[in-house]
Design a protein around this ligand. Structure first.
Ligand code: PGA
Length: 247
């Protein structure tokens, strides 16, 4: 049984006081949820506040990006060991907004994924097509160059997020069937590269306009092991209602 992961990607929203306010409301709302792992990924500047606000709870904190060098003259960058030292357990790698606006490629995604693992972080590696029609080709390519080169041991420690770019922030969610088809394809690619057991164990999250209303239908698909949620993770009540979904 794969334990679901419900991730919140706050993108460039909230400051430390907004972060504190979020967790004050959110913590009691999810007190009784035990089914899934909950990971919230605020901006770098809010990580320490988020870690402090969730100490002693089962809520985990992740960063949204990292650089692959451990340290050095890389102005403006943040490394895996720095993120780990701030108390994070996860980091998002290769989000489509990073690929689109900041020039990330499958090659940089691979380097960042390895750097995250070396730092003891769990990378949430994002893949997804821009155009609906290209899903298969793009997913095969992103998997092959961004994930396929990992070792078996490295692959066993990652989480994959399938995020069709046309659905992100667009209000248009992939239907449960479309999302499950893409997840099946990713799992088949994982099987080819890493074997049946590894493919069966890897958690594949869906992301792209997940809202409390659409989450239940998506989660009912056995292929979908949780979500990476942008907009709906900013509000403690809507995010908690997804975390608390009955399976
Ligand atoms: P969204 O973002 O839920 O606002 O579509 C998802 C994501 O980009 O991770």
């Amino acid at each position: 049984m794969r334990k679901p992961v419900i991730g919140g990607n706050w993108k460039m929203y909230k400051d430390p006081s907004g972060t504190t306010a979020f967790f004050e409301s959110f913590r009691p709302l999810i007190e009784h949820s035990g089914r899934c792992e909950t990971v919230i990924c605020p901006s770098f500047l809010d990580l320490e506040t988020a870690v402090a606000a969730t100490r002693g709870t089962r809520i985990k904190i992740g960063a949204q990006n990292l650089y692959w060098a451990k340290e050095g003259a890389f102005t403006g960058e943040v490394s895996g060991p720095m993120i780990k030292a701030s108390g994070c357990s996860h980091v998002i790698v290769g989000h489509s907004e990073r690929r689109r606006y900041f020039g990330e490629t499958d090659e940089s995604v691979l380097k960042k994924t390895v750097a995250a693992l070396d730092a003891g972080l769990i990378p949430i590696v994002c893949v997804g097509e821009r155009e609906k029609e290209n899903a298969e080709t793009v997913l095969m390519e992103q998997f092959r160059y961004g994930i396929g080169a990992l070792s078996d041991g490295q692959f066993a420690s990652i989480v994959i997020a399938y995020e069709p770019v046309w659905a992100i922030g667009a209000g248009e969610t992939a239907t449960p069937v479309t999302a499950a088809d893409a997840h099946r394809l990713i799992r088949a690619l994982a099987r080819d590269s890493f074997g049946a057991e590894a493919a069966n164990n890897v958690r594949i999250l869906y992301g792209g306009s997940v809202k409390p209303e659409s989450a239940k239908g998506l989660m009912a698909q056995p292929e979908i092991d949780g979500f990476l949620i942008g907009g709906a993770s900013l509000d403690p009540v809507s995010f908690a209602s997804i975390v608390n979904l009955e399976l």
